[in-house]
Design a protein around this ligand. Sequence first.
Ligand SMILES: [Zn+2]
Length: 353
Amino acid sequence: MAALSSSLFTPKPGVKEYRKFTIAENAYRQEIFLGFFGIYGRLPGPTLLLNAAVHGNEVVGVEVIRKLVEKLDPQNLCGNVLAVPVVNPMGFNAGDRWDPIDRQDMNRVFPGDKNGTLTERVAHFFFENFVPQADYIIDLHSAEFPDEMIPHIRLRLESAGDEIHNQFMNSTGISVIWQGPSVNGMLQVEAAKIGIRCLTIEIGAAGLINSNNVKVGLSACENVMKVLGMIKGKAKIPRFQILLKSNEEWIRSPSGGIFKPDIRLGQIVREGQKIGDIMDPVSFHSGNIFSPLEGIVTGITHQSIIRSGTRLCMVVPFNKECKDQHSLYIDNLPNAQMVENDLWKTIKKTVEN
Ligand SMILES: [Zn+2]
């Protein structure tokens, strides 16, 4: 763990500070800035960078960071927490995934460009000033509205098989890991290129907040900090994490109307089980929609008004025989109490019946 060496902030052990870093301005000459919390522990330890809203409307992580920063006491902290709750202020301001003017996906332009578009400039400032300071990064995201996915860690291919990265994922205590393709410009991918481990955690749906999702994010961050010895306490960690490698395949609506789901995230559905009703808005007719396969509900829409082809839900096939091919077993993590994986308990109960 390296000592902090930024020219931007001067860490004083035992202090919590808020800073504002102005990067650029909008057309009306208002400042575009990044808000930053530094919590500098009284005792030595690693530096953890927490960030959210790289996609401007993914607000669950913003609230997770706000709550965590409020709670952390620098007097009892080993190491440092650097926190940037909103990395994409233009997107946040517009309530949108990206800046409404240059419409670039910030999570495709890291490490950014100081002479580029506004999105690239802000990405550059963040990447240049905060990323190299960190031993570990937690990058908080949500599914793109109107969809919500089961809370999971996004594992990119270049990190798969890295033991320390696996331990970092394990220490969140999040039950599901989803392996997906790597794309240059993603924060996780670009941080890995300079040797910094970054976890992308997906919780909830963009533009929406609920206390359950905030709790999941908060407990993931606190678990990591406990395992790293930054704060006191034992992390509750499932004995293994379910590793999904499938593509995102959504069940789409065969017709238009109003969708009323009968399922929830994390539920196991059987082949042929009813997953919801589609009501005709201009008659008294309604129809049922059924799952074409058995599996876990890993995605669901929050959009009730649907048309032919709208994504309704995602069901990923899973059965008990798959357990060995689809899980990451966790050996004793420091400062952790090993517990059952709740999702796996549900799967087992269903497949055994
Ligand atoms: Zn995102």
